[in-house]
Design a protein around this ligand. Structure first.
Ligand code: CA
Ligand code: CA
Ligand code: CA
Ligand code: CA
Length: 671
C-alpha cells in the first residue's frame, strides 16, 4: 500500500502548455524533467514523416522551452548558506623522514584550483599542486606549514599555520563532571557520549560539542533515576568554553536529548539547540525557569521519569553557552496515554535534525514520537527570534498515513530536486513545506541511509531496515526510491525485528553502493546477491586512498577485502572506546579537517580525553570538503539523534563517480 499524494507524472503537450501558463514557478521546476521527457516522446512518436524544416522548428521550440524552463528553475534554486571554513591544514609525522599534510578544497573554489604549500614561508614545490589536496614532505624537521590556493592564476591569501603532530591524531583533554547519588541512594559517574561540531567563533575551525552521559542513563523502557546530562564545548586546543547542565528535569538516555549544532541564523557562528526544562543551567550560570522544581516521578514503574512540568526548546549561543531564547517545546506531551502506552515510554521519544527547508537557510526540525503519533516541528532562528515554521502531526487527517512510520532518526535531503530539503522520518517523508510527501506503510526501523546509491538511476535511494513483520511484510530490508517511498527491491525479514542495516560502496566491481543488514546477504545496488559474507553493520568512513568507503565499528576502522570476502583492519584505537553500548558508535565521525576523507572521534576509555583520528594515507582523488555538501553537513548535525547513523552526501561518492561540480553555496561572512 503506497500513498503518493503528489502526482508526479504529467503527459502530453496540452498539459505542458497548461502548466506553463498556470503553474507556479516552484511546481514547474519540480516537474521539469518529466516535461522534457514527454515533450521528446511526442516528437518521436507523433510525426512519422518530418522534413528538415519541421524538425528544425521543433528543435527551436524545444530549445526555447528548455531555456525558458531552465531560467525558471535557476530563479527558484537559491544558493545555500554554509560555513566559511578555513583551510583545515593538518601536518603529522609519518616517520623520521616524512611529514604528511592534508587540507580542504573549499566548496567556493573552482574545480581547477591548485595550491602552493609553504614550509616556514618557503615553497615546498616549485609548481603548484594540482591533482590532490595532500602531500608527503620529505623532512626530518618539524616546521610550520601554510597553503595558498591559486585561482585563475592568482595566488590567494595565506591559510592558517599548521604545526606537525607526532602522530595521526589530536587529543583534546576533557573536564569530567563529578558523579553523584540518585534520590534512592545509587551512585553514578560520567563518560563522554555523543559529540557534534560547529564553528562557534567564526574563525573557520570547528569546535567540538560533547554530551556527558551518566552511568545510569536509561532507555525509555527502563525504570530508574538518572544523573543530569551536561553538554560542553571545547576548542581543538583543549580550551573548555562552557558547560550547560540540563538539570534534573531532563532524563538521561539515547532517546531524550538530541542536541543540534548549526549556524542557524547564518551569522558565521554556530548555535546549539536542544530540549530543556525548569532547572537547566546555561553556560553562563543562568537558570532557565524554576531552579528548585523537581518533576521526577518517585514511585513504581515510572520512577525517575519526567511526565509533568514544562518542556522548552532553547537556543544556546555557541561561544558562551548562554540561553538566547526558549519556547514551549512543541508538541506538548499532552495526555501520556495518547502516545501509545501508559508508562511514559513513547511520549518521550525525541529526535532532531537540521534542514534547508527554504532552499537557502537552515531550519531546526524537532520531533516527538515514531511508534504511534508522529510530530515534527520546524523552527527558524533568525534575527534573535525563534519562530515556528510548520508543524507536521500524524493526528491531522492529511498526515495520518505517517502514524507509526518513523525511525529513531531522520535523514534529510532534497529528494524531489526542487532545491529545498525534505525530511525522511523512516517509512514516511515530509515535504519542505511541512506537508506529507509519502508514507509507504512499512513501519518503524532502527537504521536508514540515503544518498545516490544507484548512480545509474536518477535521484536518491534509501536503504532501511524494519522492525515489525506485520507492517514490513516482505521487506525486512528495503531499497527504495527516496522521492516516492516505493521499494525497488528488498530482503525478506523472516518474521523478526531487523535491527541493523548499512550501505556503502565497498566493492568496486559493482558500480554503486553495496547493501547489507542483520538478515540476508551482501547485495549490489540493484539487489543482486554478490556474496554471503558481510562486513560490520554500523558506520562507514572514507579513510584510505580509493573512493570506496571503509567500515567503522567500535574503535576500529576496517577495509572490506572483496576478493576474499573478509574485513582487514586498518586502525584500532587501543585504549579508546565507542559509545551507546552495543550500537558501538563513535563520539562522531565527520570531515572535520584535512582533505575530504573523514575524521573520527573516540573517547579515551577513562574519559580524560577525546582523540580525533585523521587519515595519513595519501590519495590521488581531489574532492571538495564534504562539509560543503549540505546534505552531508546536516547529517553531521543530526548524527547524534538517538540511534546514530553515518553521514552520506547528496551525490554518489564511490568508484566510477562523476567528476565533481562546484557546489551551489555561499559562505557566511565571518565576524
Ligand atoms: Ca572556531
Ligand atoms: Ca525538495
Ligand atoms: Ca560498489
Ligand atoms: Ca577530513
Amino acid at each position: 500500500m503506497f500513498v503518493i499524494p503528489k502526482a508526479s507524472i504529467v503527459f502530453g503537450a496540452e498539459v505542458l502548455i497548461l502548466l506553463v501558463n498556470n503553474l507556479s514557478k516552484r511546481k514547474l521546476s519540480k516537474k521539469l524533467p518529466f516535461l522534457l521527457l514527454n515533450r521528446n516522446l511526442n516528437l518521436n512518436t507523433s510525426n512519422v514523416i518530418m522534413n528538415k524544416k519541421s524538425i528544425l522548428n521543433s528543435f527551436r521550440k524545444i530549445a526555447f522551452l528548455f531555456v525558458f524552463l531552465l531560467g525558471l528553475s535557476f530563479q527558484v534554486t537559491a544558493q545555500r548558506t554554509v560555513e566559511n571554513l578555513n583551510r583545515g591544514l593538518v601536518a603529522m609525522r609519518l616517520n623520521p623522514n616524512q611529514v604528511y599534510l592534508s587540507w580542504r578544497m573549499l566548496g567556493t573554489e573552482p574545480t581547477n584550483v591548485s595550491y602552493n604549500l609553504y614550509c616556514n614561508g618557503k615553497k615546498v614545490e616549485n609548481s603548484p599542486i594540482k591533482t590532490t589536496t595532500n602531500y608527503t614532505h620529505t623532512t626530518t624537521l618539524n616546521e610550520k606549514y601554510t597553503i595558498r590556493a591559486i585561482i585563475n592564476g592568482k595566488e590567494q591569501p595565506e591559510s592558517e599555520t599548521a604545526t606537525v603532530w607526532a602522530d595521526q591524531y589530536l587529543d583534546i583533554p576533557m573536564q569530567i563532571p563529578n558523579g553523584g547519588t540518585t534520590p534512592d541512594g545509587l551512585s553514578y559517574t560520567y563518560s563522554v557520549g555523543d559529540s557534534s561540531a560547529g564553528d562557534v567563533d567564526g574563525d573557520g575551525q570547528y569546535e567540538i560539542f560533547v554530551k556527558w552521559d551518566p552511568s545510569n542513563a536509561h532507555d525509555n523502557s527502563h525504570t530508574g533515576y538518572t544523573g543530569n546530562v551536561f553538554i560542553d564545548c571545547y576548542r581543538l586546543d583543549g580550551t573548555q568554553l562552557w558547560r550547560i547542565d540540563l538539570g534534573k528535569n531532563i532524563r538521561a538516555g539515547a532517546h531524550y536529548t538530541q542536541f543540534m549544532v548549526y549556524d542557524f541564523d547564518s551569522d558565521g557562528k554556530a548555535e546549539m539547540a536542544c530540549k530543556t526544562s525548569d532547572g537547566t543551567i546555561d553556560g553562563t550560570g543562568e537558570v532557565i525557569g524554576s531552579a528548585t522544581a523537581d518533576y521526577r516521578e518517585t514511585t513504581g514503574r515510572t520512577t525517575g521519569f519526567i511526565l509533568s512540568g514544562p518542556e522548552f526548546l532553547t537556543i544556546f549561543n555557541g561561544v558562551t553557552g548562554k540561553a538566547m531564547a526558549s519556547a514551549d517545546y512543541l508538541p506538548a506531551r499532552g495526555k501520556i496515554t495518547d502516545w501509545g502506552d501508559g508508562n511514559g515510554n513513547r511520549v518521550d521519544r525525541f529526535i532532531a535534525a537540521v534542514a534547508y527547508l527554504n532552499g537557502s537557510k537552515p531550519s531546526l526540525v524537532m520531533g516527538r514520537g515514531y511508534y504511534t503519533r508522529l510530530v515534527r516541528v520546524a523552527w527558524d532562528w533568525r534575527n534573535n527570534k525563534l519562530t515556528n515554521r510548520w508543524i507536521f502531526d500524524s493526528n491531522d487527517s492529511k498526515s495520518a498515513a505517517a502514524f507509526g512510520q518513523g525511525n529513531h532518526q531522520m535523514t534529510v535531503g532534497d529528494v524531489d530536486r526542487d532545491g529545498k530539503d525534505e525530511i525522511i522520518n523512516g517509512s514516511s517523508a515530509i515535504d519542505d513545506d511541512g506537508k506529507l510527501l509519502y508514507a509507504n506503510g512499512l513501519g518503524h526501523g532502527d537504521s536508514l541511509h540515503m544518498t545516490d546509491m544507484d548512480p545509474d538511476r536518477p535521484g536518491q535511494e534509501v536503504w532501511q531496515c524494519h522492525e515489525s513483520p506485520k507492517q514490513y511484510k516482505n521487506y525486512g530490508l528495503e531499497f527504495r526510491n527516496a522521492k516516492t517511498g516505493e521499494p525497488l527491491w528488498g530482503v525478506e525479514g523472516n518474521g523478526i525485528d531487523i535491527g541493523r542495516g548499512n550501505a556503502a560502496d565497498i566493492d568496486p566491481r559493482y558500480k554503486g553502493y553495496e547493501c547489507w543488514g542483520a538478515t540476508g546477504n551482501l547485495y549490489d545496488c540493484k539487489g543482486n546477491q554478490i556474496g554471503t559474507a558481510k562486513p560490520s553493520i554500523n558506520f562507514s568512513i572514507w579513510w584510505d586512498g580509493d573512493l570506496s568507503r571503509e567500515l567503522l565499528n567500535s574503535n576500529q576502522i576496517d577495509k572490506w577485502d572483496y576478493t576474499n570476502a573478509t574485513s582487514v583492519n586498518l586502525l584500532t584505537a587501543t585504549d579508546y572506546s565507542s559509545n551507546n553500548g552495543t550500537k558501538s558508535t563513535p563520539c562522531i565521525s565527520a570531515d572535520l579537517f584535512g582533505d575530504w576523507r573523514e575524521e573520527v572521534i573516540f573517547r579515551k576509555s577513562d574519559n580524560t580525553a577525546i582523540r580525533i583520528y585523521t587519515t595519513n594515507i595519501p590519495t590521488t582523488h581531489k574532492l571538495y570538503t564534504l562539509m560543503h555538501d549540505t546534505q552531508y553537513r546536516v547529517a553531521i548535525a543530526w548524527q547524534n539523534s538517538a540511534y546514530n547513523q553515518p553521514p552520506h552526501p547528496s551525490f554518489y561518492l564511490g568508484t566510477d563517480m562523476k567528476p565533481q561540480t562546484k557546489p551551489d553555496i555561499i559562505t557566511t561572512k565571518n565576524k
